[in-house]
Design a binder for this molecule. Structure first.
Ligand code: HEM
Length: 191
């Protein structure tokens, strides 16, 4: 008779167990959230659960577009994100397709750098959809441009994706127009 000694394996808590517990916690959290709020993220739908934003954060990849390339991102091709630009800075606003998409009230801002119209609010004049800020009050223009850039960059659903190369401005600036501001305006962030 042979005496086979069996070694007892020590109980260990391995990597797979860690994954199991994590999976369980995530599932329980999603279930409770769905139960109480009908959403698996406790009602949160900001950029931190947006895969495009997370991919951008991980790769830290910023675009550098020409005006022609930027125009492709105007919402008409539903496979592409929607971009708006304010004085060179380009933002992803795809989360608000209802506002910036082909049927949105601000669709005219998509796929271009219309910094001027962000200052003047003269939406009816096609010539205003330009980054040409000549002829505007310098203080008003730089204040409004900055505020809109802050609005887009710090928005819970939008983010800065890169820059657009401006072409040299030629010809005369648009005719002066009567500026329209949001009722109760003091800064664009108050929108
Ligand atoms: C300089 C003038 C103005 C500029 C540049 C401007 C620009 C904008 C932009 C970019 C948005 C979208 C914000 C977002 O992404 O959430 C917005 C939203 C909105 N703006 Fe203006 N705006 C101006 C003046 C006005 C005025 C005068 C009114 C009304 C009398 C107005 C009414 C609205 C409304 C109702 C929304 C919400 C749109 C929606 O949810 O579909 N805006 N504005």
């Amino acid at each position: 008779m042979t005496d086979v000694k069996q070694e007892k394996k020590p109980d260990s808590f391995g990597f797979v167990d860690v994954l199991r517990v994590l999976g369980g916690v995530i599932f329980l959290n999603a279930f409770l959230s769905w139960w109480f709020t009908s959403s698996s993220t406790w009602g949160y739908d900001g950029k931190w659960i947006n895969t495009s934003y997370l991919a951008h954060r991980i790769t830290n990849n910023f675009v550098n577009l020409t005006l022609e390339e930027l125009s492709l991102f105007n919402g008409t091709d539903s496979r592409l994100p929607i971009y708006v630009a304010v004085n060179g800075s380009v933002y992803d606003v795809s989360a608000s397709r209802g506002i910036y998409g082909p049927k949105g009230s601000y669709r005219m801002l998509s796929g271009k750098d219309a910094a001027r119209v962000y200052v003047t609010g003269c939406f009816r004049n096609p010539a205003e959809y330009t980054y040409d800020l000549r002829g505007l009050d310098e203080e008003e223009a730089s204040h409004d441009v900055k505020e809109w850039q802050i609005f887009y960059e710090h928005h819970p659903k939008y983010w800065l994706v890169g820059h657009v190369q401006h072409e040299v401005i030629q010809g005369e600036p648009p005719e002066p127009c009567e500026h329209v501001k949001f009722p109760g305006y003091h800064a664009p962030r108050s929108h």
